[in-house]
Design a protein around this ligand. Sequence first.
Ligand code: BES
Ligand code: ZN
Length: 456
Amino acid sequence: MTDLKTFLAENEDQFVDDLCELLKIPSVSTDSRHAGDVKAAGDWVADQFRKLGFKTEVIDTKGHPIIYAESEPVPGTPVAMVYGHYDVQPPDPLDEWKTPPFEPTIRDGNVVARGATDDKGQMLTHIKSAEAWIKTAGKLPIQLKYIIEGEEEIGSENLPGFIEANKEKLACDVVVISDCSQFGPGQPAITYGLKGIAYFELKLFGPKQDLHSGTFGGAVTNPANAISKILASLTDDQGRIQLPGFYDDVVPLDDRERKQFADLPFSEEKFMNQIGVDGVSGEVDYTTLERRWGRPTCDINGITSGYQGEGAKTVLPATASAKFSFRLVPDQDNHQVTAALKAHIEPQLPPGIRMELTDFHGAPGFVVPLDSPFMEAASKAIEKGFGTAPVLIREGGSIPIVMDFAKHLDVDVLLLGWGLNDDNTHSPNEKFNLADFQRGIKASAYLWQEISQMKP
Ligand code: BES
Ligand code: ZN
């Protein structure tokens, strides 16, 4: 029988072919026209587990299916559970893709496709690592359980119920998630904190139909003017969020953590270059890394009102709407943000305007304890897989279900990102570095070994 290392080296092309097969399925969870594709992607993942001889279930939900699989128990060793997602964000704007989003293309050592890094490629590393063990040693060194869902990008609505209802089946010692990033190229990381989120849509309704802005403007409240003022009032010119009580429960960054961030080799210059800006801004008295990782933020995600066609049209629009979200840090509660937002907006509503506020997904922020013995195991495995020891980072993205794992299953969570910050997640030309894909599989394979040497 070949050894693990040889198997991994000999099967690199096969792993990429398999990833490309999954990337061809347009599993856009938010778009009901793609419901069949989302199901097909779930079935593809389930098939991978069946081929490995895992007990595999495709669990239908009110939304998209949850794929659950588990390998044989290995008494005397800890149980690890992998979480990942097979759904993807919409590929829009389509005309900015150099090659079609669901025709995976290899360019400059990357696979380019929607979902390449978020999360199909990263998720698959933990399936391929299991395959490597089974096809070389004949079995895994620990029991693995997998939850691969199809609703992460729309807030994981149906997963908390599944976890709560299946605590015994899902019992494990550690949850492993690869759905985030390394610190930079060649510098892997363990992410010990993610932000929470509170996402809203505000719609303002004014006159019963669009009006001539000369005849009516200045005398009738313009919903677009009104929404601009309201949105502007969410933050002040110091970058501080203005909702009442918003900062009350924020755990401040302490000196140790600020130093830890400051010691990382971060170049503001390179950061600005990467995103194509010549300056940055944010909450005063905080560095870019502190703003991105450790402070709550507010971003407008979309604004719609009035005439958007070619040329000019003098119109006073009847409605205006905006989608915006707050990223939260421990110990902020997303429900409290909703209440504070209402209290902030309602008194500002001008005469002649009616509002509708929709509260979309929410999740609290999350920081994992740094003294978990699983951290040590992960660190060793990453060093073996990537050739470099990981640094500790926090990130600004959210994985809403993480808190549920910690709460309901009472487990440690390992966030091991194989992606890069410039992978274009949620944007055109999403990519995943193929060397990192292979290194991720390797690190994952070694992780199962490291964990097998720990006490359950
Ligand atoms: N992979 C991301 C989460 C992520 C992004 C972690 C960046 C670390 C850094 C995940 O797929 C995602 O996009 N989550 C959403 C959650 C939202 C839809 C509730 C996010 O962060 O916007
Ligand atoms: Zn995402």
